[in-house]
Design a protein around this ligand. Structure first.
Ligand code: ZN
Length: 361
């Protein structure tokens, strides 16, 4: 299945802030008939393509879709200078828990069947070792806390199973807080912040050592976490609002707070969060990604920027195409003046530092 050659140490393993492969493998319409282990031309990720692209691992999202589907093209409302999607309705706990269990189990089965090629990492030492020896390092991440009950019993259990990162909300409302709708142009200030339960969840995540992901949360929710959390602030897959004014992207003020907390931002490859017209058009040059990285580096410093592709969850620039296109992004950054030390930070060192501080083990 795997030549020894491909497992030799890669000086720039790319650790990635967000992917949706687990959901893709789970949903029939997204390709649940394909295998993680077999190269495909569907989706953006599978093990052979990860090897080709120098993908060292990342946050593997457990996302619970709305039963009626999530973001559907036919729901789009065109506005004078952009678009609006209605906010997805909230989902039921029982359904969310059942689905989260099934999607989480998928990751553990991949690990078990991988003959040591994939490891679900639970400590920063695990992560560092995996990145250096060529094992794909997977962080179990929940995108939206709908599978967590108000008593946080499920949080304790999922933590013991390996949960190390949690987005309190996806772009919908739950008992803990409110997510931003997909809309353009608009600020991320689209609704209320954390509920009292949401505040309890933040404290519990701090105590356990579960990273809190701020991508998808309303601006008020962002500031609530900023007030409460004693860990670095992280947006795993968001971009620069000044360059692409959609609610999923971060304002300069939010970037300042992330910087002050020693946190970081992972660059989202979704073209609708990159382009200044907000269009979901794959014909978007890699240069557009470089512009967001430049802005993030200027505002945050090189120690606070990483990648958060959104592979298997978004339309990415056609020149990137899928995970095998990652070297093209690195080449564009090199051409743009980023040296190897800077690329090491962007590809994995910054994630390692932030996770070490957050997990404290
Ligand atoms: Zn997302």
């Amino acid at each position: 299945m795997q030549s020894n050659n491909a497992r030799m140490a890669n000086p720039l393993p790319i650790f990635d802030g967000h992917n949706d492969i687990l959901l893709n493998l789970h949903l029939p319409e997204r390709g649940s008939n394909r295998s993680f282990f077999v190269e495909s031309d569907r989706g953006h990720l599978d093990l052979p393509r990860m090897r080709k692209g120098g993908f060292g691992g990342g946050f593997f999202a457990v996302f619970v879709p709305n039963t009626a589907g999530t973001v559907k093209e036919e729901d789009i409302i065109k506005t004078e200078n952009g678009y609006e999607f209605p906010l997805a309705p909230a989902i039921e706990y029982d359904y969310a828990l059942k689905t989260a269990l099934a999607v989480t189990a998928r990751l553990f089965r991949i690990e078990a069947e991988s003959e040591g090629q994939v490891k679900v990492v639970r400590t920063s030492d695990d992560l560092e070792t995996s990145l250096h020896n060529g094992t794909i390092a997977a962080i179990l991440h929940f995108e939206g806390a709908e599978a967590i009950d108000p008593d946080l019993d499920a949080l304790e259990v999922f933590y013991q199973a390996g949960l190390r990162s949690l987005g309190i909300v996806w772009s919908r409302t739950n008992i803990f807080g409110h997510g931003v709708p997909f809309r353009f142009p608009h600020s991320p200030d689209t609704g209320p912040g954390l509920t009292e339960l949401g505040k309890k969840l933040v404290r519990a995540c701090n105590r356990l050592g579960i990273m809190i992901d701020l991508s998808h949360i309303t601006e008020k929710g962002f500031w609530d976490v900023e007030q409460l959390s004693d860990k670095p602030l992280v947006a795993t897959h968001s971009n620069v609002h000044a360059l692409c004014p959609c609610p999923r992207n971060l304002t300069d003020k939010q970037l300042d707070a992330i910087q002050a907390s020693d946190g970081m931002v992972g660059l989202n490859f979704a073209v609708s969060f990159l382009r200044n017209d907000g269009y979901n058009d794959a014909n978007t040059p890699i240069e557009t990604m470089v512009r967001h990285i430049d802005y993030l580096v200027e505002h945050l410093g090189i120690d606070h920027v990483g990648l958060g592709s959104d592979f298997d969850g978004a339309t990415v620039p056609q020149d990137i195409k899928d995970v095998t296109g990652l070297p093209k992004l690195l080449a564009a950054l090199r051409e743009h003046g980023y040296d190897e030390a800077a690329l090491q930070k962007i590809t994995h060192e910054n994630w390692l530092r932030v996770l070490r501080k957050t997990w404290q083990k």
